[in-house]
Design a protein around this ligand. Structure first.
Ligand code: 5AD
Ligand code: SF4
Length: 437
């Protein structure tokens, strides 16, 4: 009988991809994935360390799993991802419940580690192994799958923004060779995938293709059956001319770009070690929009970085007004142990909370305006799953808006023209106006 594996994924899309690969790595050991922890033979928490309380969240989740271990002494519990990488030894010392700890660069060793836990050992691996995990992971399965997929092409970061743990948890920038990426993409397409999102902590610093990320995108665009390409997440300094141009000339590259700026204040950008200023960023945005006028922009912002004054914060509001984002993520600064900014004096909590609320109100208005601007327009939707109402289907437009329709002519994996008729807080409604491809 198959053993049951439950993986709980926190954090970014790369963790979603990693969880999928971890499940695949354990499949030959007889595991199939399940949707709930109850009755599982192995539970993996694939964790995120980007902001505060990450480790505390892991400990409280482990606490919740305790009764399951009491019911089933054979249950194995593992911690993976960036908290495992950063605090693995401590987790093992503090929480006897944990059988296995594996960092994000070592999960190809899960089968051996799982076997060790079955032999009664506690298995811990948080070094960066010499070998590349992608060379050692089992071949991906051939089974049909949904129409969208993530594909990791680059990992790690050499930028060392003063607030960020990523260079420490994920290590130095590494790019997968283009030939390997293309082969994996081809396999995904054969399994029914029509849209691929290329992932990397600094994906536009990709150098596994002579033409950089743009070269890889052009090579991928040659794959028959692949309809859409996206990538995330990018650093402004790696937005080269070829990549900007591709937004205007590569039909398969979707008009949506997540380009974090973090702050609109030059003083704070410098203190953050971002290595660009607000004008540089606005210039890149202008060039991108010249290449692709309907590009929808998304960003990340941190408020209350150490030393941020009201005037600095107002610069951020001004930058947001100048750009006009269709989507954005904003966070209160949280000190991460081991990062340079953690040594500096913090902005008061209530000031951070006030700034976050003001920034989010502005970003929300912009998001709503971008959605409302779609009403009356025709978009193409790649349908992913049935909606909540009978006969309803939900998918994503070119601009990554969730769109729902009620139709009996579309199904999973169809790409169909849709006229947008209304805008709800987080999605659009439309009607199918042509044949699905
Ligand atoms: N505090 C708050 N936000 C952070 N981010 C990264 N590190 C921190 C931190 N220490 C945010 C940045 C980044 C996103 C993934 O998370 O905005 O772009
Ligand atoms: Fe972190 Fe900056 Fe690297 Fe992004 S670019 S992962 S924010 S250090």
């Amino acid at each position: 009988m198959a053993k049951k594996l439950y993986i709980k994924t926190y954090g970014c899309q790369m963790n979603v991809y990693d969880s999928e690969r971890m499940a695949e790595a354990l499949a030959p050991a007889g595991y199939e994935t399940v949707d709930a922890p109850e009755g599982a033979d192995m539970i993996l928490l694939n964790t995120c360390h980007i902001r505060e309380k990450a480790a505390e969240k892991v400990y409280s989740e482990l606490g919740r799993l305790k009764p399951l271990k009491a019911e089933n002494p054979d249950l194995k519990i593992g911690v993976a991802g960036c908290v495992a990488q950063a605090e693995g030894e401590e987790i093992v010392a503090r929480q006897p419940l944990v059988d296995l700890v594996v960092g994000p660069q070592a999960y190809h060793r899960l089968p051996q580690m799982e076997a060790a836990t079955r032999a009664g050992e506690r298995a811990v691996l948080t070094e960066f192994p010499q070998e590349d995990k992608f060379d050692h992971l089992a071949a991906r399965p051939k089974a049909a799958r949904g129409p969208t997929a993530f594909l990791t092409v680059q990992e790690g970061c050499d930028k060392f923004c003063a607030f960020c743990v990523v260079p420490y948890t994920r290590g130095a920038e590494v790019s997968r060779p283009a030939a390997r990426v293309l082969a994996e993409a081809q396999e995904l397409v054969e399994r029914g995938v029509r849209e691929i999102t290329l992932l990397g902590q600094n994906v536009n610093a990709y150098h596994g293709h002579a033409g950089g990320l743009a070269g890889l995108i052009w090579a991928l665009s040659e794959l028959d059956g692949l309809a859409r390409i996206r990538f995330t997440t990018s650093h402004p300094n790696d937005m080269d001319d070829a990549l900007i141009a591709a937004h205007g000339t590569c039909d398969k590259l979707m008009p949506y770009l997540h380009l974090p700026v973090q702050s609109g204040s030059d003083r704070i950008l410098k203190a953050m070690n971002r290595k660009h200023n607000a004008a540089d960023y606005l210039d890149i945005i202008a060039r991108l929009r010249a290449a692709r006028p309907d590009l929808l922009l998304s960003g990340d912002f941190i408020v209350g970085f150490p030393g941020e004054t009201e005037a600095d914060f107002e610069d951020t509001l001004r930058l947001v007004e100048a750009v006009g984002y269709g989507q954005a993520y904003s966070f209160k600064y949280s000190a991460r142990p081991g990062t340079p900014a953690a040594e500096r004096d913090e902005v008061a909590e209530e000031v951070k909370a006030d700034r976050l609320a003001r920034l989010q109100a502005l970003l929300k208005d912009q998001q709503r305006a971008a959605q409302e601007a779609m009403v009356g327009r025709e978009v193409h939707v790649l349908f992913e799953k049935p909606g909540r109402e009978p006969g309803q289907w939900v998918g994503k437009s070119e601009h990554l808006h969730a769109v729902h329709v009620t139709s009996d002519t579309v199904g999973r994996g169809d790409l169909a023209p849709v006229r947008i008729i209304d805008s709800a807080p987080n999605s659009l409604g439309g009607e199918v106006v042509g044949a699905a491809r």
